[in-house]
Design a binder for this molecule. Structure first.
Ligand SMILES: [Fe+2]
Length: 614
């Protein structure tokens, strides 16, 4: 049975194919269109998934969309009515789009789908199915997890009505426990602060999280007193007097400005201590809500394991605290925790819930295949691209490749690494990564300034050999999807030198904090990715080769893109990024390219304007 899952029209559209319960392919539309968080119908992602599964649309057994547009419409209408007449302006702005694109979704989906069909033959499509937003999240968290039975917690901005939901997953069943409805939403609270601190909502949240360690939690009391009524069980209500997202076109309002001492920061202007303190405060409140909710759901279910999804589950600092301080023996988080993963959850719901197929989990391995579910490029395809481009490259067999690249890393070179199937979800996990030496004291600022062209208040993430994770971090769990933050081991930390006294804000990041300074944040935390032989043998062997040379089992891993750009997908995207930045060496499959051997790109001066900051 072949099932196509689709998510679209909110942010980060995606498609996937599930065949007899196995995830065959999954990808986000942004990677193909090169438009970050592209919310349009995912024609390219669908086409890729069909190709990968060697299917045509007409051969599919089911097509499922990840949420129910009519329920979303219902929520919008009721919200606007409840807040009328203040809501009229945004009602008039939003509604025509909804009427045109979303409410008529079925007709539109069928029309869009017929455009996917390569032969344009008359199409006989299976009946179009619709999941429910949070059920799709919950399904994406539980069904691929390694657990036969688990509690499930989903937290996001908002789907149809729910913003937080709790479930019990057992065998092939997902039973709803309870939910917190819109407008009360931890995701939207976090997004409000993302907007207020001058970042883009729905994508700049990770920056707020990265900024938090610079701040002091001075606004926590104000948040609890005025904005958020957080109950001991973790459930909550927001005071809507401070938010404008029900009625206006912005997240926060004048009252919010007054409470926090001024208007929102203009994007791209200087960060001040105030934004850092705001970030720290909302982060602390969010962690507290996550921890309390996890304790409640543990108490209610008595289960040992927790699965999570929804945009808030990308808060890896909060996840790390649930793992360390929470009551569960283990937690598993869907790597595509945002709405892209909803496509996968919807498809798995059809397989398990609708078709009633049994489910077996072994307690160890999840079903995500390391999230390496996107396009791969064969040698002959790379060769064709190189020939077209007139690029100079050398092809190496596996062992020589890992050895040579490890040598470059040890020399302090920065390597663009495209190897194997592209990752599904927002993190690069060693298939589309820029990599470097984590021991290098200047690696962090070099990568930020010369490659990412962005503010450098956030350190990069470490990729560590799975079996050595405890040598470097206070952590004894797998974190293959870079969704858990853990402290760097005490024994590796360095005392802060007297010369660092008086430093402020981002300058603090340039003071080495450990013997792997490029991946150590100013609070000694790190966003850990454990690398496993089974799921990414190439990347694992590369780090092994680096370890053999240096004794160090950790490298720096950052996504292969410049600021504001989607992660690269094809050799062409990677080559362009390589040529536009100061990456020293590019690896495309088994081909190695040196920067100094390439001809400069012509007519490419305006590229930095192509991508906006998030
Ligand atoms: Fe969602």
């Amino acid at each position: 049975m072949d099932i196509l899952g689709i998510s679209a029209f909110y942010h980060d559209s995606a498609a996937c194919i599930v065949r007899d319960g196995e995830i065959i392919a999954a990808a986000q539309e942004e990677r193909f269109t090169r438009k970050k968080a592209d919310a349009r119908f995912p024609v390219n992602a669908i086409r890729y998934c069909l190709d990968e599964a060697r299917l045509s649309l007409g051969k599919l057994d089911h097509i499922v969309f990840y949420d129910k547009p009519i329920l979303k419409f219902d929520r919008l209408l009721e919200t606007y009515l409840a807040f009328a007449p203040q809501g009229l302006r945004s009602f008039l702005t939003a509604m025509p789009v909804w009427m045109k694109e979303k409410l008529l979704l079925k007709r539109m989906l069928l029309k869009e789908l017929s455009a996917v069909n390569p032969g344009n033959a008359p199409l006989k499509l299976p009946e179009l199915l619709f999941g429910e937003h949070h059920e799709s999240h919950a399904a994406s968290a539980f069904y691929p997890s390694p657990y036969q039975e688990a509690a499930v917690l989903c937290m996001d901005g908002v789907g149809e009505w729910a913003t937080t939901t709790a479930w019990i997953g057992k065998d092939n069943e997902l039973k709803p426990l309870w939910e917190i409805p819109f407008p009360h939403s931890i995701g939207l609270l976090y997004s409000a602060f993302t907007y207020y601190t001058g970042f883009k909502i729905n994508s700049g949240e990770y920056k707020v999280m990265g900024l938090a360690p610079y701040g002091k939690p001075v606004y926590v009391k104000a948040i609890y007193d005025e904005l958020l009524d957080l109950k001991p069980d973790g459930t909550f209500r927001l005071n809507m007097d401070y938010f404008d997202y029900c009625t206006g076109l912005t997240m926060t309002n004048a009252r919010f400005d007054k409470l926090f001492g001024g208007p929102p920061r203009e994007p791209e202007t200087m960060l001040t201590q105030r934004e850092m303190d705001l970030a720290r405060s909302v982060q602390e409140v969010t962690e507290e809500a996550m921890l309390r909710l996890s304790r409640t759901i543990h108490r209610e279910t008595g289960l040992d394991y927790l699965c999570m999804a929804g945009g808030v589950a990308l808060n890896c600092v909060g996840n790390g605290r649930i793992l360390r301080e929470g009551p569960f023996k283990g937690i598993w988080i869907q790597p595509a925790a945002g709405d892209a993963g909803g496509a996968l959850g919807a498809a798995l719901t059809v397989w398990y819930k609708m078709a009633g197929n049994p489910r077996k989990a072994d307690g160890r391995r999840d079903a995500m295949k390391g999230s390496y579910l996107g396009p791969d490029y064969r040698d002959d395809e790379v060769q064709q691209f190189l020939d077209r481009q007139g690029a100079h490259a050398v092809r190496l067999p596996d062992d020589a490749l890992y050895n040579e690249v490890a040598e470059y890393l040890a020399q302090g070179k920065i390597v663009g690494w495209l190897h194997g199937r592209m990752e599904f979800g927002p993190r690069a996990l060693g298939s589309r990564s820029i990599i470097g030496d984590a021991r290098n004291k200047t690696m962090q600022s070099i990568m930020n300034l010369k490659i990412k062209y962005r503010e450098s208040f956030r350190p990069f993430a470490p990729s560590v050999l799975a079996e050595r994770v405890s040598d470097y971090f206070e952590m004894d769990a797998e974190s293959p999807y870079m969704l858990l933050v853990a402290p760097v081991r005490n024994s590796r930390r360095l005392p802060v030198p007297a010369s660092a006294e008086g430093l402020w804000g981002i300058d603090l990041l340039n003071v080495p904090r450990s013997d792997i300074p490029a991946v150590t944040h100013i609070d000694y935390s790190a966003r850990v990715q454990t690398v496993h032989k089974e799921t990414n043998p190439g990347y694992y062997r590369l780090i092994k080769a680096f370890e053999a040379k240096t004794g160090c089992g950790v490298i720096v891993n950052t996504s292969f893109n410049v600021r504001g750009e989607p992660i690269v997908c094809s050799p062409e995207d990677a080559y362009r990024c390589f040529m536009r930045t100061e990456i020293d060496v590019l690896v495309l499959g088994n081909f190695v390219l040196q920067k100094e051997e390439q001809k400069p790109l012509t007519q490419d001066s305006e590229w930095r304007n192509e991508f906006v900051l998030d």
